[in-house]
Design a protein around this ligand. Structure first.
Ligand SMILES: *Cc1c(COP(=O)(O)O)cnc(C)c1O
Length: 422
């Protein structure tokens, strides 16, 4: 495979091509093909961007039809029929059945754009600067969002400019199984000398994706919501990775029965891997002045076309949801077996997750790398997450066929056994 130009010209900042150093040419649903015609099953799926698979035929058709009809592709944030249909579909299929009422802010097309907009709005709405965020949280890498992102690797890459405006608190489970970390938050809020500037908002992932598939308990999330309500703090759920069905519901917070004030979605929102993000805002918080937060690529029409098609195809009834939950049980059971196998062989490991956002924590980043490299040799693309990359993580397309799912799990099991027997 010819990789010389890629290695020579692309910045050292590249990441995934280091773990999977082949040149890909094609993809369909959960399968990627490289230049030599070799196929791989994709358990990374754009870090949760391809929940509906690569080149989903329904979404692709919607896009082709739109392009063939000379539909508007770019119009800044002018009104288009594609935007109207997206908003109508979002309201009918997502908000109404869930009893939600939000205004939709279309910021720039990436996740970090949505987070920047969300935390900025919280500050504008409450007239306070501080945002509470949690250990191991990942919310993007532009300056505002970076302040709420825990990982030092990203935080150290600002050229010495300090990240500002956020306070870190322990995420659920951070202090061990038996401590309720919200006791600390509540105590600080009530303590004149605790040192915590009363925040405008709290930003949280219900399942931390990059931070290592750390799952917030449903009671913990409910309590977080009630603490926020009691202290007039806005609850922002960053559903960029855990949303769009990944955990088995459209929004990951549905499991907890909470209603965030602000929600961010991106990654799988377009459904096709096109850049797209939105921020959902409780209507009375929509304090933006016209044009106060802008960007050239707000509301990418092509992405709204595929996003609409995805909502119509997968979210008009609960068939898809139930199928995600069924597949999740298969992955959970197999991951549990692998964790047990590793533990029995002197490598303590645990399984965790919600829906099809699952991981095996093997404690050591080295061990996780050995397993994922071995899996890649055998045709499975699977990544690690967590502060030291110690969690082997499943983010397969939700639309993966049962055959591919089982084959991928077999490849992973073989990789674990090979590593154990080395
Ligand atoms: C990926 C991610 C982001 C950042 O999105 P980008 O498109 O990479 O800027 C923010 N929050 C969460 C939870 C993410 O997973």
């Amino acid at each position: 495979m010819k990789t010389q130009t890629l290695e020579r010209m692309e910045s050292n900042v590249r990441t995934y091509s280091r773990s999977f150093p082949v040149v890909f040419t094609k993809a369909q649903n959960a399968r990627l093909t490289d230049e030599n015609g070799r196929e791989y099953i994709d358990f990374l799926a754009g870090a949760g961007t391809l929940n509906y698979g690569h080149n989903n035929p329904h979404l692709k058709q919607a896009m082709i039809d739109y392009l063939s009809s000379d539909g508007i592709v770019h119009g800044l944030d002018m009104w288009t029929a594609a935007k109207r249909e997206y908003l109508e579909t979002l309201e009918e299929l997502i908000f109404k059945p869930r009893g939600l009422d939000y205004k939709v802010h279309l910021p720039g097309p990436t996740g970090t754009n949505a987070v920047e907009a969300a935390i900025r709005l919280a500050r504008v709405a409450k007239g306070r600067h501080n945002i509470v965020t949690f250990t191991n949280g990942f919310h993007g890498v532009t300056m505002g969002a970076l302040a709420t992102t825990g990982n030092r690797k990203f935080r150290e890459a600002t050229g010495g400019i300090p990240t500002q405006g956020a306070s870190f608190l322990p995420f659920d489970g951070y202090m061990g199984e038996h401590a309720d970390t919200l006791d600390y938050f509540e105590k600080l809020l009530g303590d004149q000398s605790g040192g915590l500037d009363i925040p405008a908002g709290v930003i949280v992932e219900t399942v931390q994706g990059e931070g290592g598939i750390n799952v917030a308990g449903l009671d913990w999330l409910k309590r977080l919501e009630s603490i926020c309500r009691e202290h007039d703090i806005l609850l922002i759920v960053d559903d960029i990775q855990a949303g769009c069905g990944r955990t088995g519901k459209f929004f990951s917070f549905e499991h907890a029965g909470i209603k965030p004030d602000i929600v961010t979605n991106s990654k799988s929102l377009s459904g096709f891997g096109l850049p797209f993000a939105h921020v959902l805002i409780r209507p009375e918080l929509d304090m933006w002045k016209p044009g106060q937060y802008n960007g050239t690529f707000r509301g990418f029409n092509l992405a709204m076309v595929t996003a609409t098609a995805a909502l119509k195809k997968y979210w008009s009834n609960d068939t898809f949801e139930r199928d995600i939950q069924r597949k999740a049980r298969i992955v959970e059971e197999r991951f549990q077996k692998l964790a047990t196998l590793l533990s029995e062989n002197g490598m303590p490991a645990t399984e965790r997750g919600r829906g099809l956002m699952r991981g095996i924590d093997v404690v050591s980043g080295d061990l996780a790398d050995k397993i994922t490299s071995e899996a890649f040799e055998n045709g499975l693309i699977i990544e690690t997450s967590g502060q030291g990359g110690e969690v082997v993580k499943c983010l397969c397309p939700l639309t993966i066929t049962d055959e591919d799912l089982l084959e991928a799990l077999d490849i992973l099991e073989a990789a674990v056994k090979t590593v154990i027997n080395r």
